[in-house]
Design a protein around this ligand. Sequence first.
Ligand code: NAP
Length: 286
Amino acid sequence: MHNPHIGVLGASGLVGSFLIPLLAGKGCRVTAFSRQRINWGQDNMQWQPLSVDAPATETITLWISLFPIWVLPEYGGWLAERGAKRLVALSSTSCLVKDRSEDLYERGVARKLAGGESFLRTWGAARGVDWIILRPTLIYGDGNDKNISEIAAIVNRLGFFPLLGKACGKRQPVHAQDVAAACLAALDATHVVNRAYNLAGGETLTYREMVVRVFDGLGRKPMLPSFPGWIFVLALSGLRVIPRYRHWTMAMVQRMNQDLVFDSSEAVHDFGYAPRKKFLIKRYRK
Ligand SMILES: NC(=O)c1ccc[n+]([C@@H]2O[C@H](COP(=O)([O-])OP(=O)(O)OC[C@H]3O[C@@H](n4cnc5c(N)ncnc54)[C@H](OP(=O)(O)O)[C@@H]3O)[C@@H](O)[C@H]2O)c1
């Protein structure tokens, strides 16, 4: 693609913080839509408030959607009005595992993700828009994500991290920058149409090993005591009254011993997906 104009939805989040500079660096013209203003200070990047009622002012054929995929149906007509022809949308591997969760909230998230994906397939076929769904595993950043930084916050607060049993469930955390690069690579790969891909991180490690890396990143000696399930039940019942922790569930705790491993070989083959080989964290708050 030669200096294309790309519309980005939900650009104010973690993946957007890596995607926008990547696109700008490649010489793309970017129009980023989000409800919060973004100031990137790049000449070729323009921000517009995201509003379903806003009239279309110009045609943008290429799109990357970073907001939760279940929001997409609200913007189907809006995208068509703007002349969308090709759309890469982020979903999540959660739709492949959480539909069987014992937790009602998690099953709801899986259902919403599946609904968003299903909308995109039907809408794309009806509107003649080529779509690609990318499903990242657990996304982390450089201290500004909602997953690994939550683990870091617990380590900082308690000085240890409580585990259930051996915490031997396998994980493949993926860096937000690698997800951003995959979005652009998939958009660029014009031979790829109407497909869904998993995006796993380059290293598979156990939940326990992942937490040890967080200790390493914080420069702390790992302390990972193991507790029986009833201690977590008790702790969660207290924590869940605090709004920030209201979605913490026993299902999350039990998943420490469940493998969440996905195959990304099709993404590697079809559009050169290349996540970093090692899960290393840096710049976490001490
Ligand atoms: N975090 C993970 O571990 C993980 C794992 C797998 C997949 N994913 C998916 O990967 C994508 C990118 O992740 P992320 O952490 O960068 O994104 P995010 O913070 O969940 O969402 C990106 C942006 O979407 C906008 N947004 C959220 N809800 C919206 C709504 N109802 N209507 C309109 N805009 C809305 C927000 O921007 P404004 O408020 O500025 O509009 C937000 O900054 C998301 O789709 C997420 O579901 C995340």
